[in-house]
Each structure stands twice: as C-alpha cells, then as structure tokens.
Design a protein around this ligand. Structure first.
Ligand SMILES: CC(C)(COP(=O)(O)OP(=O)(O)OC[C@H]1O[C@@H](n2cnc3c(N)ncnc32)[C@H](O)[C@@H]1OP(=O)(O)O)[C@@H](O)C(=O)NCCC(=O)NCCS
Length: 173
C-alpha cells in the first residue's frame, strides 16, 4: 500500500546535526545502506578523517529523522579537502528533493567555512546536478578499492578542484 506523505515530509526541516541525533542517524544509515555499509571505502576515509558536525545536517519531518548528510575534513596529497557522506534519505520520502537540499546545505556550509572543494564517492548521474564530476578527481587515490568513476569532486571556489592528486589521508593539523 503506498504511504501517505505528510506535508512536512515533502518540505523537511534541515538542522545542523546535534550530539543526540547519533542513534537515529545510525538507524537511517542501516535502512539506506544495509549491513554492508561498513565495508565501503568511504568508511576507511571517515576512520582517518575529522568529523565536522558543524557542517553536517539532518532533515526532519516533525520528530522523525528522514535524511542526513555528514561532512569530514581530509587531505588529498598536501591539499585540504572536505569529504561528503554518508548521504541518505528514508526510502518512503525520496524524490521530493530532500537529498538535494542536504547536499546543497552541506556544500554551502563548507564554502562559508572557507573550504575550496568537496570530494565524495557516489553516482555521477545523481551528483553532477550539484556540480560534482569525476574528471577533476581522476588522480585522487582512496585508501582502498573503488571504481574511480565514482570518485567525484566539486570546487567551492574558482580553481578549488584544480590539480587535486594523491592519496586521501588524515587532515593536515
Ligand atoms: C541518493 C539519495 C540520498 C537521494 O535522495 P532524494 O531525497 O530522493 O534526492 P532528490 O529528491 O534530491 O533527487 C531525486 C532524483 O535523483 C535520482 N537519483 C537518486 N539516486 C540516483 C542515482 N544513484 N543515480 C542517478 N539518479 C539518482 C532519482 O531518480 C530522482 O530523480 P527525479 O528527480 O528525476 O525523479 C537517496 O536515494 C538515498 O538515500 N539512497 C541510498 C543511499 C545512497 O545511495 N546515498 C548516496 C551515496 S553516498
């Protein structure tokens, strides 16, 4: 039976992630990615990255968490970068633009914080609408096996994604 979406679900409220959101986020990520999520190369990146809760967002339908995006700080070679992910939206409220709102909010926050670029692992056919592309990330190496065509980058300022190359490592101090 199709679910009836509330008006709020179609226009979720975006808020910065709070400490107490962690448990609900874990449930949402289990729904979106399943148990295999911990084997992804993105998890290897997040293990060495610095979590930036101040740039990470949750989408709320009233009291229900319906989406989230997290941002972490990394280095690519000797260049500072942001890493976007995980991004997830609950299945019954997809295709209402929530994923797009979350990506845009996280990128806007990273840009306002002075970061020059955002890297992620995802499908270019989805993320290209937000300015992400594989070509400028072709010389970026992740700490594990990955389809290089899924390694995408978006410049947050002019030239911000130029000459990115090397291994993704822990952020510079
Ligand atoms: C990807 C995801 C976050 C999108 O959330 P959403 O709220 O539906 O996103 P939006 O409403 O902004 O965009 C929906 C559009 O993107 C399309 N889309 C979604 N995933 C896509 C993909 N992997 N490749 C191409 N297009 C995709 C949808 O078909 C829809 O197209 P339409 O507008 O023509 O109907 C959601 O599908 C999800 O949680 N997926 C599982 C987890 C995941 O894959 N996360 C991304 C990798 S980190």
């Amino acid at each position: 039976m199709p679910m009836t979406l509330s008006a709020a679900a179609q226009a979720p409220t975006l808020k910065l992630e709070q400490d107490q959101d962690g448990a609900a986020i874990e449930v949402l990520l289990d729904h979106a990615f399943g148990p295999g999520r911990f084997t992804k190369v993105s998890e290897r990146v997040r293990e060495i990255a610095e979590f930036r809760q101040d740039l990470s967002f949750c989408a709320w339908d009233g009291g229900r968490l319906v989406g989230c995006v997290r941002m972490t700080r990394i280095a690519i070679g000797d260049t500072e970068a942001m890493f976007l992910g995980p991004l997830a939206v609950e299945e019954d409220v997809r295709k209402f633009g929530t994923g797009g709102l979350l990506v845009q909010a996280a990128c806007d926050a990273a840009q306002a914080a002075g970061f020059a670029n955002v890297l992620l692992v995802g499908d270019e056919p989805y993320f290209s609408r937000f300015g992400f592309a594989a070509a400028p990330a072709k010389a970026v190496r992740l700490p594990g096996p990955v389809d290089q065509l899924r390694v995408l980058v978006r410049a947050l300022r002019e030239g911000g994604a130029d000459c990115l190359s090397g291994l993704v490592t822990a952020p510079l101090p």
